[in-house]
Design a binder for this molecule. Sequence first.
Ligand SMILES: Nc1nc2c(c(=O)[nH]1)N[C@H]1C(S)=C(S)[C@@H](COP(=O)(O)OP(=O)(O)OC[C@H]3O[C@@H](n4cnc5c(=O)[nH]c(N)nc54)[C@H](O)[C@@H]3O)O[C@H]1N2
Ligand SMILES: Nc1nc2c(c(=O)[nH]1)N[C@H]1C(S)=C(S)[C@@H](COP(=O)(O)OP(=O)(O)OC[C@H]3O[C@@H](n4cnc5c(=O)[nH]c(N)nc54)[C@H](O)[C@@H]3O)O[C@H]1N2
Ligand SMILES: [Mo]
Length: 762
Amino acid sequence: MTEIKPHAAHWGFFDAVTENGRLVGVRPFAQDPVPATLIESMPETVHSAARVDRPYVRKGWLEGRRRGALRGGDAFVPVSWDRVTRLLAEETARVRAEHGDAAIYGGSYGWSSAGRFHHAKSQLQRFLGMGGGYTYSVNAYSYATAQALVPHIMGTNEVVLGRMTDWAAIARHAKLMLCFGGLAAKNGYVTSGGAAMTYGPNMRRAAAAGVRMVNISPYRGDTEDALNAEWVPIRPGTDAALMLAMLQHIVALGREDRGFLATHCVGWDKLRATLDDRTPEWAEGITGVLAATIRDLAERCVDNPTMLTAAWSLQRADYGEQPYWALVALAAALGNIGKPGQGVAFGYGSSGGIGNPRREMPSLSLPATRNPVSHFIPVGRITELLERPGGTLAYNGRDLPLPDIRMVWWAGGNPFHHHQDLNRLQRAWSHPETIVVSEPWWTAVARHADIVLPATTTLERNDIGHSSRDRFLRAMHQAIPPQGQARNDHDMLADIADAAGFRDRFTEQRDEGAWLRFLYDKWRTACGRVGFDAPDFDAFWAAGHVELPAQTPGEEYTQFAEFRADPEEHPLDTPSGKVELFSETIASFALPDCPGLPTWITPREWLGGAAQDELHLLSYQPPTRLHSQLDPGPIAARDKIQGREPILMHPEDAAARGLTDGQVLRVFNARGACLAGLRLDDRLLRGVVLLATGAWFDPLEPGVPGSLCVHGNPNVLTADVATSSLTQGLSAQSCLVRVEPWTGELPPVRAHIPPVIEEATA
Ligand SMILES: Nc1nc2c(c(=O)[nH]1)N[C@H]1C(S)=C(S)[C@@H](COP(=O)(O)OP(=O)(O)OC[C@H]3O[C@@H](n4cnc5c(=O)[nH]c(N)nc54)[C@H](O)[C@@H]3O)O[C@H]1N2
Ligand SMILES: Nc1nc2c(c(=O)[nH]1)N[C@H]1C(S)=C(S)[C@@H](COP(=O)(O)OP(=O)(O)OC[C@H]3O[C@@H](n4cnc5c(=O)[nH]c(N)nc54)[C@H](O)[C@@H]3O)O[C@H]1N2
Ligand SMILES: [Mo]
């Protein structure tokens, strides 16, 4: 029997089509202006052979090879839910008693799935918090550098990830938009929570309204043709030099907005004093952008109402603080911060929903619980946490103590996807005694765990999809039964909580249905307070969605408008109340890698310091999936070359190396090596190659650090070096590699089939 159920994913709202308990098709949400595309990969992914069918324990762990054991190579032994539940209750209690609550790392970074109740990381952290606490992580891989930096200089993070000047205002008022890192169309396929997709239409409308877009990026493909953007190719990691040279030229012309700099900013004199030798000629040598182009860009910014933006990728690079700070300084010198549709904000090209014109609506989420442990790390420092127990880590002017981690628990994230220098992570990963991973699939993190808990996918449970950028709240109806012995994270954790004596506190004595009603009713009440009368739960559930009030035509939002109008009455939340072009606070930390004002610091790895045969690798976000999710699906599969992730290279770079389109290459540096399939693309700056993240890590010899990844995961190549000791962000985009043809026999890709399973009496 065919059934159709409303549902949502981070890659869009859709209707699930099922037959006899199987997902057989998907249809985009009828009201979505841009129908979701990645949903096509769902049926094969949900029913993939890579699903974890039941709980497993690593054989070596059962035999006592725990602390110090390299993980990833052992067979797994199937166990019952009863046994694994008992085992986890006991092991958690043991670690807490012997080593303290901080010995459990529960940062569990990752995107999990759409759905506010069954959000895996939230469920895990609720469980670990109630059980006594856990060492946690702060900030997101996406923009960790900005999250720690930007509050110092603008007093808010709303300019990176919150409510920023919207596209309606940009379209109406701006004439020029400089887009560092472009406005990549593929990034709009995705938004946390699965918002209806208005990303492409927003920017196309702005371009059609006369906003001239300039794509300043190593890749012309970072703007879609419909935007008719200019392309200024730039060497990766050098944007700060270009921005400082634009500032220098504006000062040389005497065109800086002295009034705005005096009334709304601090530190201009100090910054200006550093600019004399930051000439366009100086920047040309660093960036590869002609001095004449730099002058022209600067002059057009002065002459036109201008919006400045940079992709989040720019701060995921060595000294990633600098381009963000320099761009704020450029906007300040132009004096257009807070002018309608102008100024500066980050990430318009980084995720669907950013800059979406919207009403402020209440959010719907699981109530937060207290974590009694105060130890944390900035999220990108997981390897260091495991490598240096008892050490300290500089962060934002403090020294964070690094606890001795004995147990790691992950649900809804994949560090063997997301972290840099996987070979180093794998060595550090041997430090804990026990690693628990809850996963629907045998992803690389599951394969590197001791205890693997099979989780349901969203299709196997009921939930509510929502994000604050959405026009809709979406019902997510269960469409198929749990596959194999998979269970919901909430239910498995409730059973472990039971064994530890706190089930009722964890569940609040509600089942799934009661939780959804409870969360919805709370949200509905909050909506009432802002004048929106949402339907009751049953009506919402039957309809499949609630449409939220739209912005009225003509409505628009410009960030910092009040601050601009009256900086005394509406100061920023910085020490001076103003934009800090020099920060006393940051300067007082006396950090060698992040001084008190924006500057140019030579990256550790970049084309300016590369050997002749080295290439700059940008490991960008994949057009064919969300991170590592949907990798077993047909969209990712069709894009691969002989089963390997494609690496994009300029035809002349390929010709210089005697390489041909479609060939499998070995991509390597001192940290590691992977295979990738060559795809020629003349939209690239020469010397730059693109290899998307997310092909499942597939070491030729599982459990052996340094082994070739036969599938094409770029994180065997990236460096695990913090952007700076101020923010401890990740610098994935700063990575030099070499390539050579792969001449040996092609090893099979085994990432999408289960690891070795040993039947045992358990
Ligand atoms: N080289 C390089 N590396 C990068 C980046 C880069 O630009 N370059 N980008 C970084 C960025 S910005 C990000 S956000 C990270 C993303 O890193 P992650 O968020 O860790 O990546 P995902 O693949 O989305 O991992 C989510 C995992 O949760 C699992 N999951 C989904 N639903 C459920 C559920 O209901 N229960 C449980 N238990 N599990 C579930 C999925 O199967 C998947 O394995 O990667 C970072 N890594
Ligand atoms: N389809 C799809 N969309 C996604 C995701 C996904 O996995 N799949 N992930 C989502 C997530 S979690 C995040 S955080 C965002 C990330 O959003 P971004 O960080 O914006 O995404 P990236 O693809 O890493 O980078 C965008 C472009 O920046 C350019 N770039 C890289 N380094 C430099 C540089 O030094 N200078 C300049 N000028 N340009 C540079 C590259 O050419 C790249 O194509 O994407 C989101 N959108
Ligand atoms: Mo991200």
